[in-house]
Design a protein around this ligand. Structure first.
Ligand SMILES: N[C@@H](CCC(=O)N[C@@H](CS)C(=O)NCC(=O)O)C(=O)O
Ligand SMILES: [Zn+2]
Ligand SMILES: [Zn+2]
Length: 190
């Protein structure tokens, strides 16, 4: 079975509930882009979609969120560029090594105000462990043979992670609530 992600393959390492953040670095050998996070992440999860950054050899990305005001680019920000400015999540990647340092939502969106980050880019220990696996079937679109997908789902379950083909029900409910409120189908205050 190919690697799902290094933080999943051999079981999860529980995060520290009192952990208060750390620095992320791109993969360049010099002049690394540095991003400082002032808190832990939330909703950390494996994502199989084609847009999220995956380390070499991994079938999945692991990505979590942090409030925009808890994130700052603290070195070599001139090496960052937005890889697709039409995407809902504007992924800021290092132009040299390709690593995604953070994804930001700039347009009206239920998750606006949160940035998407990969805590494996940090040397610190204590980051929230993955909570679920999202967009699992999306790996097939990228060339993973469909006959192996049940084994992928079993592997996630074996380490204690539920699998979904979009986001988790809790996050889908948040998105649906936002959409319903915007359409006037739900009261603005619930
Ligand atoms: N099956 C598609 C799914 C893409 C997708 O919808 N990704 C989710 C999870 S990251 C998303 O919210 N995308 C918004 C964006 O990338 O801007 C793919 O693999 O490309
Ligand atoms: Zn780099
Ligand atoms: Zn994704």
């Amino acid at each position: 079975m190919p690697s799902l992600h290094a933080s999943v393959d051999n079981g999860l390492t529980k995060g520290d509930p009192n952990f208060s953040g750390g620095k992320l670095y791109c993969h360049c050998s010099s002049k690394k882009v540095e991003v400082t996070l002032k808190s832990n992440v939330a909703h950390n999860h494996a994502c199989g979609c084609s847009k999220c950054w995956k380390p070499e050899g991994a079938l999945f990305s692991v990505v979590g969120v942090i409030p925009v005001d808890q994130l700052s680019v603290t070195a070599n920000g001139d090496k960052l560029h937005v890889i697709d400015s039409s995407a809902a999540i504007q992924r800021n990647a290092c132009k040299e090594c390709g690593v995604h340092l953070f994804g930001r939502i700039v347009n009206d969106h239920p998750f606006k105000g949160l940035d998407f980050v990969h805590t494996e880019l940090s040397d610190s220990k204590g980051w929230q462990e993955p909570q679920f696996a999202a967009f699992v079937s999306s790996i097939i679109e990228q060339g993973f043979h469909p006959k192996g997908i049940d084994e992928v789902r079993e592997k996630f379950k074996a380490v204690g992670l539920q699998t979904y083909d979009v986001l988790s029900p809790a996050l889908m409910d948040l998105i649906a609530t936002y959409t319903g409120q915007k359409a006037g189908k739900l009261p603005a205050k619930l």
